[in-house]
Design a protein around this ligand. Structure first.
Ligand code: GLY
Length: 426
């Protein structure tokens, strides 16, 4: 079984790690991969954005499956191109991926399907967005670039002054480029966030363990927003009753709306939820595995990831498949980031990493080999250290100690990943 994994982050390393643990013999190829993935896969120097070259690679290697990690190649139609050449690919088509790549489309779909989410307006002019804040929303309020903005296009504003400045940044300065051609003004929601991933054939779902991401840079959920500084799973708030409710009132109706729109979604649907006093509401949908939640979730998986992926990529239904199974205990992931992340991370620093153990996984994200063979940092989020434990506190300790052992000059990390769960459990 030959599998091509597209991407080069911690998420793709975790996907490679899970697929390498399958009972079936799996030969992994990664494009472009990273030095961590290189321990599990043959690396091909093809960028995730080079769709035509990736299709050629998949055809030349006669792969049985392509797993697309990041959202950008999905938005770019990589899965559409692979399907045209009869290559089984796990991930949505570009049109289905609009559930992530256009927040406006996502809101329309949710409205049609009756999926609970915050009230929002889409504006194509800054004047319209300013008026919405002034006349109807006030503060606190959330201002969002509608398009893809590498996780940075959502600005939570505590005052109207901040909201007007956010609109000017997105629509006037074009801080996120064309992603800011449309701007959403959205009611602020309060509660805890929860990430729920589901493998889907377009109709039915196989849900994964619920996880919680930590988007702020600093302990205590302080500092600027990042791509995610850590995650843990399971989350005790994500009870079976709550997850069934999310499946019935959010995941299945959203998939139904996508089918009705003529753009059925297959692959991994990620529901970013807010657990409000009125019940779970959607903050956003993503069209791919989340990062760093995947690095926490997949090491807990004891059943096959490959079987449902192959079924979905081959156009088969998953309604007769058994639910995914998980090890007991907990998993906590701590991200180690470069100095000056998230603004302009310093790269090129020498890096020394602890080894994997039975209870610790070291996932590479922003790493590369320098010309002299040394491992150096090459991105903002450099590595993610996952600790597995029989208890939440044990997993947390293993993750934190592993992250502290990472040798990287002026590294940044949070030492409080899972603090809410810790408080709940103590
Ligand atoms: N963890 C946030 C994301 O993957 O978008």
């Amino acid at each position: 079984m030959k599998i091509l994994i597209v991407g080069n982050g911690g998420r793709e390393h975790a996907l490679a790690d899970a697929l390498a643990r399958e009972n079936t013999h799996v030969e992994l190829i990664a494009a472009p991969g990273n030095p961590g993935i290189a321990q599990l896969a043959r690396i091909e120097d093809v960028a995730a954005s080079a769709s035509d070259a990736l299709v050629e690679l998949a055809l030349r290697e006669q792969v049985n499956l392509v797993v697309v990690g990041p959202e950008a190649p999905l938005a770019d139609g990589l899965v559409d191109r692979l399907r045209l050449r009869n290559v089984p690919a796990f991930g949505p088509t570009a049109e289905a991926a609009e559930i992530e790549t256009s927040k406006h489309v996502a809101k329309q779909l949710m409205a049609r399907a009756g999926v609970p989410t915050a009230n929002a307006e889409t504006h194509r002019t800054a004047a319209g967005a300013h008026e919405a804040v002034r006349e109807r929303f006030g503060a606190p309020v959330v201002i969002k670039a509608s398009g893809l903005a590498a996780g940075k296009g959502v600005i939570v504003c505590h005052t109207e002054v901040e909201a007007h400045a956010a609109i000017d940044r997105i629509m006037g300065d074009k801080a996120f480029g064309e992603a800011g051609n449309e701007c959403l003004v959205e009611a602020f929601m309060t509660g805890e966030e929860l990430s729920l991933f589901a493998i889907t054939d377009g109709t039915d779902v196989l849900t994964m363990l619920p996880a919680q991401d930590h988007k702020r840079l600093l302990n205590g959920d302080d500092g600027p927003n990042t791509g995610g500084m850590g995650a843990y799973t399971p989350v005790s708030l994500g009870t079976p009753v709550l997850l069934d409710d999310v499946t019935e009132r959010i995941l299945l109706p959203a998939l139904h709306a996508l089918r009705k729109r003529g753009t059925p979604f297959t692959g991994l649907l990620y529901a970013g939820l807010m657990l409000t006093e009125e019940g779970p509401k959607v903050v956003e949908f993503n069209c791919r595995f989340g990062d760093p939640e995947t690095q926490a979730i997949l090491p807990m998986l004891t059943s096959s990831l490959l079987e449902p992926m192959l079924a979905v990529a081959g156009g088969a239904r998953i309604n007769n498949m058994s639910p995914l199974t998980w090890r007991t205990g907990a998993s906590v992931t701590t991200v180690v980031a470069a100095p000056n992340y998230p603004d302009t991370p310093r790269t090129g620093d020498v890096l020394r990493l602890p080894d994997d153990t039975d209870t610790r996984r070291v996932f590479h994200a922003g790493t590369k080999r320098a010309a002299n063979g040394e491992l150096v940092s090459s991105g903002g989020r450099v590595v993610a250290i996952t600790g597995l434990g029989e208890s939440f506190d044990e997993a947390r300790r293993i993750s934190r100690e592993g992250a502290e052992q990472v040798e990287l000059a002026d590294k940044q990390l949070r030492t409080d990943i899972g603090w809410r769960e810790h408080e709940r459990l103590s």
